[in-house]
Design a protein around this ligand. Structure first.
Ligand code: PRX
Length: 638
């Protein structure tokens, strides 16, 4: 396995080619057959309803439950006593849950949710760190048909409040705090602040985890362990027989404009997609110890820490803390200690560990690993090689998976579970069966091999989003408005002579900072909220570890002058408004921003300047060319 000469591709991919052909030639029968890998209460009347394009609906009329498929199904078999979840805290404590243990807890929590008045269709918000209660609440909400929305525990109170209000969540689940680099992050305090602005939330459940004192508001806040006390271990909550297109969850993600979008996914199509993509890409088996390092607050965690592995009856691992705490070999020690076989992480993490040095990896026996994965941003060949040689010892193929929050699961990825194609460092290789991907030019015509264009998906797939919560127009416009009839993910890509896809980064105003998706507009509106700021423009600057980092150009209001103190204040302000992941790498004060004559900020010019590019592109529409000189001076470019 591993890197094989590309000339052999035609021979090697016979099986994969055949499956991809079948899935595209007759998608209805292909999915009719494949969806039966899960247990349905009722089989669908129609595989795909495309009557209201682009609101495609899969497995229409089918009835299914996510919690049942992830737990009950295994509890009925020998897997009952198999470890479903290994949790490691930052302090080194370890908890293990068998499938039966998880089943018991999820049933209890489902009963608890009902006691709190949560009914089918009500939204439940989960603002929780990486602790077992997070997947337990997700599965419990899914059991009773309450769409959940997980809010990453690194988000600020403002970000949380926005998501609570947009989703109209009735119940919020949070924790007193969690550990990060040996210090407690006081989560409940942040939640309290957001609750001042979140009016839909009726009650708050608080998980005691860090053991810190928190304020509890009478009649609104309840300790989770106390609320659970009266609910016995024999509690059984009948899973709701949900329509295939009943929303399983809402997950907020950044886009080009405005506030984050609530991407919501179906139950049936999403589960089918997550099940098959995991199987095709990673070829799981019952001995696997599966570790996807993503936080469950992101889609990667939803699909490949929780649902994918549990649908397959695997042992999934969760780690609470910082990757390099207390030392840079924390992750490698986890792999060794728990015998991890599948390891799935981001290029940013790989580059960070590369910097710490190979000796941290070599201290540990990583021979349990059989396959490695990468996600979240393009992986540069240098990081790929290091991952392949130092972590995988040249034995483990690297599964570079391209996908996004909206796609539910992998879209373009090597398929070790079908037939492993020769790998090329930096390419996610070929689309998975059922994914009709292509690269097109500005007019939507196929781009020539080797020429950069826009990535498009030319037909619906089962894992696709149902829409943008509360904003159907935005769904149509954002994803289906750029190229007629095609789904546009917002990425640049290139297809080579072998048909391999190379993802070349975002084609819109979205940044990928340490694999996290951040909208430049969100950063800009956070900055202009500050009393000192008149205008702001944010662009991404390449960074050797994080992929890219935000650089903010700021014009101050009359009466304010640039200073290191103000720079710090603005940087803290962004971290407070959005969350620490959004903190700008630099704040550059200028008197004016380059703008077109119609008053639009020329971000592409700022981007070229920040990147030190020789050409600034077409400047004929610029209103005041001296703005460019000023930016250059601020950046100290001659
Ligand atoms: O730009 C692509 C990049 O991440 C975006 C999706 O971000 P998000 O919704 O946060 O989901 C991240 C985890 C799936 C994509 O539009 N991206 C994701 N995976 C890759 C990637 N870019 C290159 N290679 C990848 N493997």
């Amino acid at each position: 396995m591993g890197v094989l000469p590309v000339e052999e591709r035609r021979v090697l991919t016979a099986k994969l080619d055949e499956m991809r052909r079948k899935a595209l030639e007759d998608p209805e029968s292909f999915w009719d057959e494949h969806a039966r890998a899960l247990e349905w209460y009722k089989i669908w009347d129609k595989v795909l309803d495309d009557g209201e394009k682009p609101f495609y609906r899969w497995f229409v009329g089918g009835r299914i439950n996510a919690s049942y498929n992830a737990l009950d199904r295994h509890v009925k078999t020998w897997r009952k006593n198999k470890v479903a979840l290994i949790w490691e805290g930052e302090d080194g404590s370890v908890k293990k849950y068998s499938y039966r243990d998880l089943y018991v807890e999820v049933n209890r929590v489902a009963a608890l949710l009902k006691n709190f008045g949560v009914k089918k269709g009500d939204r439940v918000a989960l603002y929780l760190p990486m602790i077992p209660e997070l997947p337990i609440f997700m599965l419990a909400a899914a059991r009773i048909g309450a769409p959940f929305t997980v809010i990453f525990s690194g988000f600020s109170s403002d970000s949380l409040a926005k998501r609570l209000n947009d989703s109209g969540a009735k119940l919020l689940v949070t924790a007193d705090g969690f550990w990060r680099r040996g210090r407690v992050v006081r989560l409940k305090d942040i939640a309290d602040k957001s609750l001042e602005q979140a009016l839909s939330v009726e009650s708050v459940l608080v998980v005691r985890h860090a053991g810190v004192d928190v304020a509890m508001q009478e009649g609104r806040d309840y300790w989770y362990h106390e609320a659970l006390e009266g609910i016995g271990r024999n509690t059984y909550v009948e899973p709701e027989r949900l329509d295939s297109n009943h929303p399983l969850f809402i997950l907020y993600t950044s886009g080009t404009t405005g506030t984050p979008k609530g991407i919501y996914h179906s139950t049936g199509g999403y589960l089918v997609w997550v099940y098959w993509t995991l199987k095709w890409a990673f070829n799981p088996n019952d001995e696997d110890i599966w570790w996807c390092t993503a936080d469950i607050g992101w889609i990667t965690g939803h699909s490949y820490v929780v649902f994918g592995p549990l649908l397959h009856g695997l042992t999934t691992l969760m780690y609470e803390g910082a990757p390099d705490y207390p030392a840079p070999d924390r992750w490698w020690s986890i792999i060794e200690r728990h015998g991890v076989t599948v390891f799935y992480t981001s290029p940013t993490a790989i580059r960070m560990f590369m910097r710490y040095g190979s000796h941290w990896v070599e201290k540990h026996d990583l021979s349990s690993l059989r396959i490695l994965g990468s996600v979240g941003e393009p992986i540069n060949p240098e990081a790929w090689e290091w991952y392949f040689k130092v972590v995988g010892k040249g034995r483990c193929p690297i599964i570079d998976t391209w996908w996004q929050t909206e796609t539910g699961g992998f879209m373009i990825s090597p398929a070790a579970g079908i037939e492993l194609v020769p790998l090329k460092p930096g390419s996610a290789t070929l689309p998975l069966p059922g994914v009709d991907a292509d690269v097109v030019d500005d007019n939507g015509n196929p781009a020539k091999p080797g020429v950069q264009g826009y990535l498009v998906i030319k037909r619906p797939w089962p894992g696709m989003l149902l829409g943008v919560w509360g904003d159907p127009e935005r769904y149509v416009k954002t994803y289906w408005g750029r190229f007629d009839g095609y789904y546009f993910p917002g990425d640049y890509a290139m297809k080579d002579e072998d048909g391999y896809f190379w993802i070349l980064g975002r084609a819109d105003e979205v940044l990928k900072v340490a694999a996290h998706r951040i909208g430049t507009m969100e950063l800009e509106s956070a900055l202009v909220e500050h009393p000192a700021v008149s205008e702001a423009a944010v662009v991404g600057k390449p960074d050797p570890v994080k992929g890219e980092v935000p650089v903010a150009f700021v014009v101050l209001k009359e009466g304010f002058s640039p200073s290191v103190k103000l720079e710090e204040e603005l940087s803290n302000h962004v971290a407070e408004v959005i969350g620490p992941i959004a903190r700008p790498a630099a704040i550059i004060f200028v008197k004016k921003l380059p703008k077109t004559r119609s008053g639009k900020i020329m971000r592409r010019v700022l981007k070229a300047l920040v990147r030190g590019e020789a050409s600034l592109g077409d400047l004929s529409t610029i209103e005041d060319p001296s703005a460019v000189d000023e930016v250059k001076a601020a950046l100290r470019i001659a």
